[in-house]
Design a protein around this ligand. Structure first.
Ligand code: TMP
Length: 220
């Protein structure tokens, strides 16, 4: 079964917008699909997301979260997400458009936080029941540009509790995350497609459609 597509990238890369636009593209082609996200995707995952991203009411207490707790919470949310949402949808023959998955844990908790990558791979295998994406779009852009966009988005959401625990990390952290993603691409060039996320939304969507059309023509 080759229908599990993930969207990855650093902060402000625009992948969530592109997940939704890709959904519209699949709809136009009458391809059954779901969109989902990590952390989140299930009621349990959404509660874990609040803790991880520091959304009120947790707030400042979560600034003390250590890297190990962070890794295990992302993994707990994934374990639930895979079993409650992704595997059943794959069984129903649907395409899954997933906003982040286990590559994010390697990039953020491995390269970003410096936790052991082999250990993360083991935990990823356990939490995802061995499930790997068939196809991953990496939305790549310079870190400064991504962070600027992310901060603009956060400050325009006045009154909505911010999910900004990661955005507030130092530039070096985000540079390591970007480098982590690019090294994943080098290791598995067949699974990844790099999309130039510095372009405007429409151009990026066009590039995504080109990749998806290759995928849908060949694989569905
Ligand atoms: P997003 O929904 O805006 O992409 O936010 C999710 C945040 O969580 C983002 O900063 C990346 C981070 N993250 C990790 O650090 N590890 C993970 O395994 C996942 C799925 C996300």
């Amino acid at each position: 079964m080759e229908r599990f597509i993930t969207f990855e990238g650093i902060e402000g890369c625009g992948k969530s917008t592109q997940v939704n636009l890709a959904g519209s593209y699949l709809k136009q082609h009458s391809i059954p699909f779901i969109t989902t996200e990590e952390p989140g995707g299930t009621p349990i995952g959404r509660r874990v997301r609040e803790m991880l991203l520091n959304k009120a009411p947790y707030d400042s207490a979560n600034n003390k979260m250590c890297a190990e707790t962070e890794l295990l919470l992302f993994s707990a949310a994934r374990a639930q997400h895979v079993r409650e949402v992704i595997l059943p949808a794959l069984k129903d023959g649907k395409v899954i458009l997933c906003d982040r998955f286990s590559d994010a844990t390697i990039a953020y908790q491995g390269f970003g936080r410096g936790l052991d990558i082999d250990l993360i791979r083991l935990i990823n295998d356990f939490s995802s029941d061995g499930l790997k994406p068939d196809f991953t779009l990496l939305f790549d852009l310079p870190v400064e540009m991504g962070l600027k966009r992310a901060m603009e988005r956060i400050s325009s959401n006045k009154g909505i509790p911010a999910e900004d625990r990661f955005e507030r990390e130092a530039l070096e952290f985000h540079s390591r995350v970007r480098e982590g993603y690019l090294s994943l691409v080098r290791n598995e060039p067949d699974r990844f497609r790099i999309v130039d996320a510095s372009k405007d939304i429409e151009s990026v969507h066009h590039e995504v459609c080109v990749h998806l059309s290759q995928f849908t023509n060949e694989k569905l």
